[in-house]
Design a protein around this ligand. Structure first.
Ligand SMILES: *Cc1c(COP(=O)(O)O)cnc(C)c1O
Length: 360
């Protein structure tokens, strides 16, 4: 493995080095079969075994009951913004959406093409610096589902506990799935693009309660129906073979590390190091409100945009890459998903101290 730098990219994001090494070997020659992983038929025995294993590892890690299906789809998380309402909302039906960032707003825009959408809470006016607590909003009991984004990648906010609404929950967990344990039973559907916390780009995982599969209107095109993919075990058409395989390796890595309770402890520790520095050093100011802070994306500002630009430039020169904040909020963002190593966080904290000392 060539020398690796610390990659704080928000996504696609850093992956465990052992996963990359294994994938590099398997791409050329999958398990000594003489065929490379990305040259195999998706109907071949070895590939079917790869999909089955990814499915069962995900079930084990997230403790998914049998009445949920796991689907491996293409089109990215953004396609789910439309697929969710297309499949779950009949004409005249209503759904409720919490507006906690750009990804939520995009989902709201798509959902409005298909049904009546209420937005009982928005944190837009404070540049999405927080997520609501239970009791901050009221959901129409008639709403078919309550949609939210568990972790707001761009702003660095995260639901600390999930909505306690009686409505069925639907969640975009693209940037924090598998970062902590949760109870899936209040959820009708959870989806996540793999490229933040689960693997490479190219596959979106959808976990859907099976009684919802028959809700889709009959005139929905085949490929846009969850049922099509559920009935065929994500093999209705060619799945994104490499991405599914790589997600499987990441899931194995996570299981061997001790599963979600273990990774949550590690994630809290890593994020804590950075938040301690932000809180203890006047030079830095966190973007997210204290009660909404993300363990995955840590957003902060320096006294001026000029200093921020200099900070990012000098950090990059020291092998701390990808710290520029999203263009819509500016500032800095350290994305430290499951696979991001603790040493990189320690190195960033040291760099922050030194930079503040020299420029403060
Ligand atoms: C990145 C991201 C998306 C968009 O994912 P694509 O796969 O690029 O469509 C959606 N939601 C959240 C929370 C994200 O972080």
């Amino acid at each position: 493995m060539p020398e690796r730098i610390f990659n704080f990219s928000p996504g696609p994001a850093t992956l465990p080095p052992e996963v990359l090494r294994q994938a590099a070997r398997d791409i050329v020659n999958y398990q000594e079969s003489g065929i490379g992983l990305i040259e195999m038929s998706h109907r071949s025995k070895p590939f079917m075994a790869i999909v089955d294993e990814a499915d069962s590892l995900l079930r084990e890690l997230l403790d998914i009951p049998d009445n949920y299906k796991v689907l491996f789809l293409q089109g990215g998380a953004s396609t789910q913004f439309a697929m969710v309402p297309m499949n779950l909302l009949a004409t005249g039906q209503k759904a409720s959406y919490l507006d906690t960032g750009v990804w939520a707003a995009k989902a709201i825009k798509e959902a409005r093409l298909f049904g009546e959408i209420e937005v009982p809470y928005s944190s837009k006016e404070s540049t999405y610096d927080h997520v609501p607590a239970n009791g901050d909003y009221q959901v129409d009991p008639q709403a078919e589902y309550l949609y939210f984004v568990s972790n707001n990648t761009i702003y660095g906010t995260q639901f600390q506990s999930f909505p306690d609404s009686h409505n069925m929950l639907v969640c975009d967990m693209s940037s924090d799935i598998l970062s902590r344990p949760f109870d899936i039973r209040p959820f009708g559907l959870v989806f996540a693009g793999a490229q933040k916390n689960m693997g490479p780009a190219g596959v979106t995982v959808v976990i859907i309660r099976d009684d919802l599969l028959d809700r889709a209107p009959a005139n929905l095109p085949t490929m846009f129906k969850y049922k099509t993919h559920a009935d065929k075990g994500s093999m209705f058409n060619t799945p994104p073979c490499f991405a599914v395989y790589a997600v499987g390796l990441v899931l194995k890595w996570l299981r061997d590390l001790g599963g979600l309770a273990a990774i949550e402890r590690i994630n809290r520790e890593k994020a804590g190091l950075l938040y301690d520095e932000i809180d203890g050093n006047d030079f830095y100011r966190g973007h997210a409100r204290l009660d909404s802070r993300s363990l995955m994306n840590i957003t902060f500002n320096l006294p001026t945009p000029e200093l921020e630009a200099q900070f990012i430039k000098e950090a990059t020169a020291q092998g701390l890459d990808g710290l520029k904040g999203h263009r819509s909020v500016g500032g800095c963002r350290a994305s430290i998903y499951n696979a991001f190593p603790r040493e990189g966080v320690v190195k960033l904290v040291e760099f922050m101290r030194e930079f503040a000392r020299k420029n403060g």
